[in-house]
Design a protein around this ligand. Structure first.
Ligand code: NDP
Ligand SMILES: N[C@@H](CC=O)C(=O)O
Length: 338
């Protein structure tokens, strides 16, 4: 079966997905039996390109790389719902900016696709945080699949590990580094960069959110904790109920002082349990230089999951990045096509 891919949001992640699809077209077919056509790309400023017979990715990527737009190729117009119908899409890759309050515009895109029986992969945390149960139910009712590997730890397969790899284990708690931008900033500040320069570099490298206050104030890590609580424990937590302190108050002096004492400062996120219940948190912590998390630098993330049957499992890998997150969309699409 040919996968007819629609893409919503052609920024860092969406463009990287197109690059990977184009580069690996033959490999994907030979290794995974994954064949595709990209039939629709919709982006706020770059415009809309559509061809139910399959878009010419070479031409589109040339335009994107030279002009950051679709140029004269952008000739389609219309409401996203109508475009989905006209394009013959069978799978939607959704990677518009995250809005943690409303889930929009991603939430409407996901509803439009799923209600038409079109499967969805998304890296957008907003809709998953805001309407997880509704979207899972809609997918089931309409015979579609919903995948979201990239919403936590980008392409590092944490969600797949949680759902499949450790099936049968009870999770007793988890802690880790779940935001790439802040870990990158703290690493760079430890090397002497200013906060502003480090944030600008994280943005240029495609790690930061469209509104980076979501990263530096801890909202992004907090919503990842909310999503993990839902997937692992079936628990609804409001992101406002996560104890949340970001990194905006962390100074170079504190980082240097911690280092002199044999510690490194990391923005740590986790869920712990005690007799009073579940405690989700995000906060900067001094970590002993000998602790495994102290060695996690740059945009890398890590999580240690404490389980009954396996004890502690630690997963380390990219937590942000355009190609790393495009990979999450691709792996979801390959899994869903099987
Ligand atoms: N970058 C990363 O490392 C990771 C990102 N994510 C998530 O993936 C998503 C995409 O991230 P990223 O590519 O970095 O973000 P970008 O801001 O680079 O790209 C988002 C794109 O979506 C476009 N857009 C905005 N609104 C609409 C709309 N209504 N319809 C169609 N397109 C729209 C934006 O256009 P314009 O710029 O004109 O507003 C932009 O081109 C986000 O939700 C992010 O949280 C998840 C994991 C890692
Ligand atoms: N802005 C996020 C991107 C991935 O979710 C991060 O830096 O971790």
């Amino acid at each position: 079966m040919i996968n007819n891919i629609a893409l919503a949001g052609c920024g860092n992640v969406g463009t990287a997905l197109l690059e990977i699809l184009h580069e690996k077209k033959n490999e994907l077919k030979e290794k995974y039996g994954f064949e595709y056509k990209v039939v629709l790309i919709s982006d706020l400023m770059k415009g809309i390109v559509m061809d139910p017979e399959g878009l010419d990715l070479e031409k589109i990527l040339n335009e994107l790389h030279s002009r950051h737009s679709f140029g004269a190729l952008a000739q389609a117009a219309g409401h996203f719902d109508e475009l989905l119908d006209q394009s013959g899409a069978t799978v939607l890759a959704e990677c518009t900016p995250t809005n943690l309050k409303t889930g929009e515009p991603g939430l409407s895109h996901l509803r439009a696709a799923l209600s038409r029986g079109i499967s969805v992969t998304t890296t957008n945390k907003g809709p998953i945080a805001v309407a997880f149960d509704e979207l899972c139910q809609l997918a089931e009712e309409c015979g579609a699949k919903l995948s979201y590997e990239g919403v936590v730890m980008s392409g590092t397969p944490l969600i797949d590990m949680m759902k499949n790899g450790i099936a049968g284990c009870s999770v007793l708690g988890l802690e880790g580094i779940l935001n790439g931008t802040t870990n990158f900033i703290l690493t760079k500040m430890g090397e002497g960069a200013t906060y502003a320069d480090a944030l600008a570099e994280a943005t240029a490298l495609g790690y930061a959110e469209a509104d980076p206050s979501g990263d530096v104030e801890g909202w992004d890590a907090a919503v990842k904790v909310v999503i993990l609580a839902k997937i692992l424990f079936g628990k609804e937590i409001d992101v406002k109920d996560v104890t949340r302190i970001g990194i905006t108050q962390v100074t170079p002096q504190q980082i240097a002082e911690a280092r002199r004492g044999g510690f490194t400062i990391k923005l740590v996120a986790g869920i712990r349990f005690d007799s009073f219940g579940m405690h989700p948190y995000v906060m900067p912590k001094e970590i002993a230089a000998t602790h495994p998390l102290a060695a996690i630098n740059g945009a890398t993330n890590a999580i240690t999951v404490n389980t009954d049957n396996l004890g502690e499992i630690t997963l380390v890998g990219p937590g942000a990045g355009r190609r790393e997150t495009g990979q999450a969309l691709l792996s979801d699409m390959i899994r869903m096509s099987r």
